[in-house]
Write a protein that binds this ligand. Structure first.
Ligand SMILES: [Zn+2]
Length: 89
């Protein structure tokens, strides 16, 4: 398991790639599903890190905030976990 700080670095690196248009085809970093819209601005900017996430995740973050629930820790995001595992799929 990575630390939150390591996770944030990975995610914000991806965020910079997104800004440059280099992240096409990369799934949502938070849930890991290929739900990202082609145009970056049609996705949601995460409240937790400087990276765009899919609108489902954007909604989930907003709802958690509204409910006063703790956010999903950055080191439990799909992409960050995916980088840790060796398993295919
Ligand atoms: Zn997502």
């Amino acid at each position: 398991m990575r630390t939150i700080e390591q996770a944030k670095q990975i995610l914000e690196e991806l965020g910079r790639m997104q800004e440059k248009g280099l992240a096409a085809g990369i799934p949502c970093p938070r849930c890991g599903y290929p739900r990202m819209r082609h145009r970056l601005v049609e996705n949601s900017l995460s409240r937790r890190a400087d990276v765009h996430i899919c609108n489902v995740c954007g909604m989930d973050e907003a709802l958690r905030d509204m409910a006063g629930s703790p956010p999903l820790p950055l080191n439990e995001w799909g992409m960050v976990c995916g980088f840790d595992g060796d398993k295919e799929e």
